[in-house]
Write a protein that binds this ligand. Structure first.
Ligand SMILES: [Mg+2]
Length: 302
């Protein structure tokens, strides 16, 4: 549902001069007096995005901030403030709000965010947490999904797959990496991996109107994916290819710039997994041959 509804909404949202990048990227870019503002929002709901009877509410609160920080990193922005809206079930509402806020406050302290405001209400429904994150970026320096160019190197941070084993609750947003990249190279495009490496790479390629040739054996597979594969009936590669909530970054830049990063400490491991090509779609390149790959991952609302 989400994809077609977003397309509809994008069409209905009147273009305003202060909105440079609106619906359709990881966050919005707004004009401001100095530089540009970056804004994004994410809502997570009990029973849909987390299970309050299985997950600690402090972890869930932390995650509600961290997933926005990951979007901020994907835009190359610096986070500044959050606005927090809690919709609380009537029963135990004070206890629940307190526990959720423990995690929110922890994330805010860790990433130097001010809690600029928000709203709390109670109702006959499940816990829902909506966090709006505001940040900034130098004018024209935001990483967009749409800027990849033919021949660019494709890099991924960290390692992917199997985050469901626990990492998904305490993701490490790649803010430091994004800031170091801003200072060292020209990033042509970026996206964070929320729904699966292949699905999010496919989105970046689609936004850029290009495709990707991948050295699939270079995709960094997380230890959690290997552990999960022992009982899931799927291979570690399949987990790395399609599991969601890694919150790592996919980044493109010229091959020359990618090579220049080889021995530099960028605040997170970076691995080149392929190149952007003119032929659309995702392709595996192996011994001079190309094989079509199908993107798989988590699509919200399906
Ligand atoms: Mg995102």
């Amino acid at each position: 549902m989400e994809h077609s509804f977003l397309a509809y909404l994008r069409g209905r949202c009147r273009k305003l001069s202060q909105v440079t990048i609106g619906i359709g990227d990881d966050a919005a870019i707004l004009e401001s007096v100095s530089g540009q503002q970056v804004a994004c929002v994410d809502q997570i709901i009990d029973g849909v995005d987390f299970l309050s009877d299985q997950h600690s509410l402090a972890d869930v609160g932390y995650k509600s901030v961290a997933i926005n920080l990951s979007d901020m990193a994907a835009m190359g922005g610096k986070p500044l403030s959050i606005l927090v809206t809690l919709s609380l079930p009537k029963q135990n509402s004070t206890r629940i709000a307190g526990e959720v806020y423990e995690g929110i406050l922890e994330a805010a302290a860790e990433f130097h965010l001010s809690i600029a405001g928000g709203d709390i209400s109670t109702y006959d429904g499940p816990l829902a947490i909506s966090v709006t994150l505001l940040g900034c970026v130098e004018h024209g320096q935001a990483f967009l999904r749409s800027g990849a160019m033919q021949g660019d190197a494709i890099l991924v941070s960290g390692a992917v797959g199997g985050s469901i084993r626990g990492r998904h609750l305490r993701p490490v947003p790649r803010l430091e990496l994004a800031q170091r990249l801003q200072q060292s190279v020209v990033v042509t495009s970026a996206i964070d991996i929320s729904d699966g490496l292949s699905l999010d790479l496919d989105r970046l390629c689609a936004a850029s109107g290009l495709g990707a040739e991948l050295d699939t054996e270079k995709i960094p597979i997380h230890e959690d994916a290997r552990t999960l594969a022992k009982s899931s009936g799927r291979t570690p590669f399949q987990h790395a290819w399609s599991d969601g909530e890694d919150f790592e970054l996919l980044i493109t830049m010229s091959q020359k710039h990618a090579d220049s990063l080889a021995d530099q400490n960028m605040g997170a491991p970076l691995t080149q997994i392929g190149n952007i090509v003119g032929r659309t779609g995702l392709w595996q390149r192996q011994q001079g041959k190309l094989k079509r790959l199908s993107p798989q991952g988590y699509i919200h609302g399906s």
